[in-house]
Design a protein around this ligand. Sequence first.
Ligand SMILES: C[S@@+](CC[C@H](N)C(=O)[O-])C[C@H]1O[C@@H](n2cnc3c(N)ncnc32)[C@H](O)[C@@H]1O
Length: 308
Amino acid sequence: MHQPVMTGAIVSFLVRDPRGAYLDLTVGAGGHIKALSAGLKSSARLYGLDKDPEAAAVARKETAACAQTVRIEHATYADVRKVVAGFPDTTFDGVLLDLGLSSLQLDDAGRGFSFQSDGPLDMRFNQKADGMTAAEIIQTYSEQELTHIFRSYGEERQAARIAKAIITERDKTPIQTTARLTEIITNVVHPPYQHKACARIFMALRIAVNRELETLQQALPNIFSVVKQGGRLAVIPYHSLEDRIVKRFFQQEAKGCICPPELPVCVCGHTPSALIITRKSVVPDDKEIAENPRARSARLRVLERIAE
Ligand SMILES: C[S@@+](CC[C@H](N)C(=O)[O-])C[C@H]1O[C@@H](n2cnc3c(N)ncnc32)[C@H](O)[C@@H]1O
């Protein structure tokens, strides 16, 4: 089962009103919802979304015993405003965004997220929706595009060599499985870097398939708009590019004057809409990382909505 990260910190940062409304935008296996539930009165309301229909179904089962009313929907957080318009609560005391993928997805070979088991190169969070699979990206993107994805999303130094090998191999036979892609990467990269290179290339492809960075960037303003005054948004990024997007958004919301720097006096009258609660991101302790290796790249950032 998926082990949720930094549950203690999430509950203590997010729960301001024990009778309030809380929204988990990436509900996964429901671990964070269950932790929040334990810290709330029975009159509180809990809501969860997941883009993956299988995750939403698991979360529904996992949270069935919670004392509060829990409502889980299969939806993307990009549609947060539309989705919450149909809920009894439309603004929330606490909103959580735990990015990346869950162990349930990683461990299911049929989803194609892992280089450690063989399966179709899919990697879509929602297999029922349109959108390119990892195999389609591998088969159709140019060498430059593949290099760019591997370098920027995967931070892989041998991005260009791996992309070149993929182009050579795909012209002979289409690359359709995780095992075949892993074989191509390990033929190009020398030990002891093979494992890391496979992990980075697979992560890069997953980010590209699901347009994770674009979705996050575009959705953050809408997500923050459903946080009540005095309520909080907690985000857990696992990747430096995600973290940068979150950090910049927080800084922009917390900023007063937004006049161009060359103006000698402020003419915009802009006031901050938020207070950054975590000046530096919060990281899991060594004990948590030892127990749950997935936690090692997690960072937690928290923003509070203030009166404008
Ligand atoms: C790290 S897991 C969340 C685990 C969860 N916090 C728990 O405690 O079990 C991330 C989840 O986000 C989901 N996800 C990814 N992109 C999404 C999106 N755009 N909208 C909603 N859910 C998304 C994934 O399907 C995955 O289940």
